[in-house]
Design a protein around this ligand. Structure first.
Ligand code: ADP
Ligand code: MG
Length: 259
């Protein structure tokens, strides 16, 4: 049995103001499945990603998140990552003087030490081989590993670093919030090709996006639409196609009145 991320009846407020954002979200992502979470701006998609990440700006007032059989909300953010949940940072920071390769090795070592306190981490030559094989799989130029992390990176290069991090950490479930980077078609293509070349029975992916066009590159098996803090529609690729043709107006009309 593969791992699953199960979100059950999740209710979330903004911690500071108590404003209610998520109002009963149910969503299950299993290893091997590709899901897309769509919805108009302001519907709560990034809030969900932030809660999964453990952002203290949000308060969970009801519901549960179970990851691989454990209560995710009781785990520290780094424990979540060690357990095999990958959350791409939406606004990656620049770390002066740290190369992409160094950053990835440190991240991998931290995870190995957490899993086995006696671990000395991955030896440099073995890491170099691993990184090269991941870059080949993603069709990335090897010189990318020597670049300083995020220093002067374009949107596409940030996405490349993110996908390479995902490939290196080999998560069970990955959450990619593409809302704000979705403007750059290059970045979109990098993420999509990355997901497509990494997908398989051991990887579950949730791609969060306002834009339907990412779905031209990634073929999700499951499509969910969030509106006003709830998932209001669930379907397959046909749902994404419908949204591409008609936009979100029918969602607003159908669900606005019931509020
Ligand atoms: P989406 O990603 O779907 O565009 P968000 O999750 O970013 O939506 O936001 C959902 C709603 O919650 C918006 O109305 C937004 O203004 C509000 N919101 C999100 N985070 C905060 C916050 N930290 N403080 C106040 N309001 C917030
Ligand atoms: Mg967002």
């Amino acid at each position: 049995m593969g791992a699953a991320l199960e979100i059950r009846n999740l209710h979330v407020n903004v911690a500071e103001t108590g404003e209610s954002i998520l109002r009963g979200v149910d969503l299950t992502i299993k290893q091997g499945e590709i899901h897309a979470l769509m919805g108009p701006n302001g519907s709560g998609k990034s809030t969900l990603a932030n809660v999964l990440l453990g952002n203290p700006a949000y308060e969970v007032t009801a519901g549960q998140i179970i990851f691989d059989g454990k209560e995710l909300l009781e785990m520290e953010p780094d424990e979540r990552s060690r357990a095999g949940l990958f959350l791409a940072f939406q606004y990656p920071v620049s770390i002066p003087g740290v190369t992409v390769a160094n950053f990835l090795r440190q991240a991998l070592n931290a995870r190995m030490k957490a899993q086995d306190p006696g671990s000395k981490g991955i030896p440099v030559p073995q890491f170099a081989r691993l990184l090269r094989s991941k870059m080949d799989q993603l069709e990335m130029d090897h010189s990318f590993a020597g670049r300083y992390l995020n220093e002067g990176f374009s949107g596409g290069e940030k996405k490349r670093a993110e996908i390479l991090q995902m490939a290196t950490l080999d998560p069970k479930i990955a959450i990619l919030d593409e809302t704000d980077s979705g403007l750059d078609i290059d970045a979109l293509r990098i993420v999509s090709e990355g997901v497509n070349s990494l997908k398989g029975p051991d990887l579950g992916v949730l791609v969060i996006t306002h834009y339907q066009r990412i779905l031209n590159y990634i073929a999700p098996q499951f499509v969910h639409v969030m509106f006003r803090g709830r998932i209001v529609e669930n379907g397959g690729p046909e749902l994404a196609l419908k949204l591409e043709e008609t936009g979100y107006d029918w969602i607003r009309e159908k669900y606005e009145v019931t509020e």
